[in-house]
Write a new protein. Sequence first.
Length: 129
Amino acid sequence: MKAQSGHDQPSLGATLWDGIAGRCPACHRGKLFAGYLTLAPRCDVCGLDYHFADAGDGPAVFVILVTGFVVVGLALIVEILYMPPYWLHGLLWGSLAILLPLVLLRSFKGVLIALQFRHKAEEGKLASE
């Protein structure tokens, strides 16, 4: 990856990859998370303060939508092609509906935080009159 100067902005692909990998959106090397979903207070490499990062419920909403689409789509395909018993549907899709969000949530949170940094997103403020 090419070094970033003050005015260069990383490509969208690099930003997305940094978010998925849980790396600092500024230096692309430090850790974004201190735990599985706990945001670190600052980057351990460049010192970027992560106070700007507020993903809110966005990652959870996206993960719920993606999980629902995948689970329902696959369940319909399997039902049409193989017609397994209902207990097997429950076992397969119940397990997937629990595991898929656990796998996706950290990546989606990292991507949303990286995009916030890239676009300098801030909390909305009312204009003073």
